[in-house]
Design a protein around this ligand. Sequence first.
Ligand SMILES: [Zn+2]
Ligand SMILES: [Zn+2]
Length: 124
Amino acid sequence: MNNFMFLIMLLDCLAFFICTFTNVHELEQDLPYLKEVVGFKKTYCKKCSNYKPERTHHCSVCDKCVQKMDHHCPWIVNCVGQRNHKSFLLFTIYSMVIFSITNKPIFSLGLSFSSSDPMTTTNF
Ligand SMILES: [Zn+2]
Ligand SMILES: [Zn+2]
């Protein structure tokens, strides 16, 4: 393993732990700019029965509200929201880099099914 791969794997693990253990369900309750908006109505979540800021959605898996929710990711067992969007994006990019470098032989398996090569024969 060269230094580049080690660095990418280290950054990937770091981004994974950050986006997994970030508490995305903690909402900013007092947004100062919202008080100045004329006609601003407080919205409540019917499931949590709590006040929720704008662009907040309720996650049915976590059963909690998430600010600027993107989706619930089963790979990180957490929601992707405002607080961990950047680390989730970095995690997917680093994972794609690692996958594309380390799994090159797997991509070429489906292209050549010759019986001479023991790696590509399908004798089950
Ligand atoms: Zn909710
Ligand atoms: Zn969720």
